[in-house]
Design a protein around this ligand. Sequence first.
Ligand code: SAH
Ligand code: SF4
Length: 392
Amino acid sequence: MTPTAPITQDVLTIPRKLPEGKVNLVGLTREGLSAALIAAGTPEKQAKMRTGQIWQWLYQWGVRDFNAMTNLAKGYRADLAERFTIDIPEVVNKQVSADGTRKFLVRIAGGHEVEVVYIPETDRGTLCISSQVGCTLTCSFCHTGTQKLVRNLTAGEIIGQVMLARDDLDEWPKPGEGAGERPRLISNIVLMGMGEPLYNFDNVRDAMKIAMDGEGISLSRRRITLSTSGVVPEIARAAEEIGCLLAVSFHATTDAVRDRLVPINKRWNIETLLGALRDYPRLSNSERITFEYVMLKDVNDSDEDARRLVRLIAGIPAKINLIPFNEWPGSPYERSDWVRIERFADIIYKAGYASPIRTPRGEDIMAACGQLKSATERARKSRAQIEAETGR
Ligand code: SAH
Ligand code: SF4
């Protein structure tokens, strides 16, 4: 038997291993990209210029082949290709709804899947992106909430969703063209897909910084909306560090009902949430907070609810987005009747707030709000259902 050496000694004598595998450049901030280039041997004096050049290829023109980066010397391109990759998530399935909505099922490292939805409208095109695989929260009306959290997406996987949609829409300007030379198909981004973006703050922030960068995708911060279920301690940070618009999944006017619908309310209740919204640093009439309100039959849709809602949000520049509930297999609620939704909208409108009713989009392909769930999860569920039904 060979005597075992003390473990501590082993640890101390084995040199720290260099990270294996290539580093993905997608999702690094400008500073991160610069640091990665320097670590790979780019002279510090050149790092800023090289960062700018590579950034432009990646995010202005959507080029993902080092060899096509023609303003870099051939040898340098080869060095880059040896050390780095340019990876975005892979589209494994695309569905197009009768109304033009496109839903992408996207596979990320580890074989996990998230969904991304593109919604074309006459005056805009909105891309709804995901921030997590699944969600730790368990809002009782949300399909994603029935899927456990698998993991946070990386910044590269978040901005990668924008990049793959631009690929699909053939929206990248050609190399040499500026950002403003083509009509924008993706004019808005909403963080309203799977997951709670404020529970993956740093990655969401870094990805949105890339989306807003003027020498790249170049979307205005006012065209990015982050939707949160109400993670109060992170709300002010969203204003300060991202500067985007905010939407809040409000959905109820009493704590008793909100506790049931949006369980994070047990941690930060309506009053605490409203306090944070009143302090939202960018509050002004042109940058109103969107209150999302899902219309659930006989649960939160009475006239009294509408009046209470108006009283609660008094003083906050707001618009109320009414979302007719989108059903999913096994969902425990029903959508409010259309006349009820209109009556609710009317009370809010008469109190001086915009109260648009969100038209469900892509319902035929299960792409509407709150219906997203990875296909494998859905299949697992239906297999479980089949097994239950057949008594196996
Ligand atoms: N996790 C974040 C963002 C994703 S959900 C949040 O909760 O805000 C985007 C919006 O769709 C939220 O307002 C959410 O409450 C709503 N939603 C979820 N499930 C829904 C459903 N089945 N029908 C209608 N809206 C739903
Ligand atoms: Fe998560 Fe948002 Fe769904 Fe709630 S509504 S479970 S926070 S994705």
